[in-house]
Design a protein around this ligand. Structure first.
Ligand code: RIB
Ligand code: CA
Length: 302
């Protein structure tokens, strides 16, 4: 049974891995890709989504979204993903005509309201678009199956000691999403750190297929945390979780977002002892099992 999904993204090297699988895996019906300011600015994240659309010769629509966070100043992770946000591969030239004319929020609203079944939202960048959608059109909640997002951490951060990048970029948006009342699954730093892919595993992608070769080349430019130990393909964990949720160790929790602390802003304050959980936190997965699931999923790609 195909899962209808929408990916909201800030490509983003690890975003590219998630999008690759979602586009090809038979278990997904990727309705659209929406872009958000995050790893790099909206112009570049949108251009990168269009590069992937062209690379895969995909007819999945790409809609441009928010150019800045709800409240905070724009931040950037080009030190991790490169100046373009997806350095390392000679992607085909972007055709601006490939960009759908409707804003991401409007496009998501229409797709949700006209879908024959509820859609799973998969945000893998800052949550600005999702917060704008839920705040502008709260009625669309009836058409959202669940939100499976890459963001947050039940332990340490990767941008500050306590904050993960996607949440840190727009904590106010994250607070709106986590308190929306929708089924939320937080695929944070924890699960990726429990199953870091070795550099050898990433090198092996080169001979898998054309997509594997592309990912291998861009991952060589990825300077994510723990880079000396291996590669944390953070965003891909959302997609692999949707394919094999039973393989992951999860815990229910109440997650609230710190939006004011000088040293703690962007932290996902995770209370596992609550009687009123608002989300499922994906905590860990067997490293060998994750590697197998990741490679098997990529084998569907061209
Ligand atoms: O903290 C990891 C997240 O920040 C990933 O989504 C990565 O693409 C960056 O956006
Ligand atoms: Ca991302």
């Amino acid at each position: 049974m195909k899962q209808p999904i929408i990916i909201d993204t800030d490509p983003g090297i690890d975003d590219a891995a998630a999008i690759s699988i979602a586009l090809y895996h038979p278990n997904f019906d990727l309705r659209m890709i929406t872009t958000v300011n995050g790893n790099v600015g909206i112009e570049k994240t949108t251009a990168n989504a269009l590069k992937l659309k062209r690379f895969f010769n995909s007819d999945v629509p790409v809609h441009r979204g928010a150019a800045q966070p709800l409240v905070d100043a724009i931040r950037d992770a080009s030190a991790v993903h490169g100046e373009s946000g997806m350095d390392g591969y000679p992607f085909p030239d972007v055709k601006t005509s490939d960009l759908a004319s409707t804003h991401a929020v409007e496009a998501m609203r229409k797709a949700l309201e006209t879908s024959d079944e509820p859609i799973t939202l998969v945000p893998i960048g800052p949550l600005t678009n999702i917060a704008l959608l839920l705040s502008t059109y709260p009625e669309v909640k009836d058409y959202i199956k669940e939100i499976v997002l890459m963001g947050g951490s039940a332990s340490r951060g990767n941008v500050t000691p306590l904050a993960e990048f996607n949440i840190y970029c727009d904590p106010e948006a994250a607070q709106i999403v986590f308190n929306s009342g929708l089924p939320i699954t937080m695929v944070g730093l924890d699960v990726a750190r429990s199953s870091t892919l070795s550099h050898d595993s990433i090198d092996a992608l080169q001979s898998l297929n054309k997509t594997g070769d592309m990912l291998h080349q861009i991952f060589k430019h990825y300077k994510g945390d723990d880079f000396e130990k291996g590669i944390n393909v953070y965003d891909a964990y959302t997609i692999i979780y949707l394919l094999h949720p039973e393989k992951f160790n999860v815990q229910e929790a109440d997650v609230q977002i710190e939006t004011t602390g000088t040293l703690t802003k962007g932290a996902t304050v995770t209370d596992f002892n609550t009687r009123y959980p608002n989300c499922t936190v994906v905590m860990s997965v067997d490293p060998n099992e994750f590697k197998t699931m990741f490679i098997n999923a990529l084998q569907y790609c061209d």
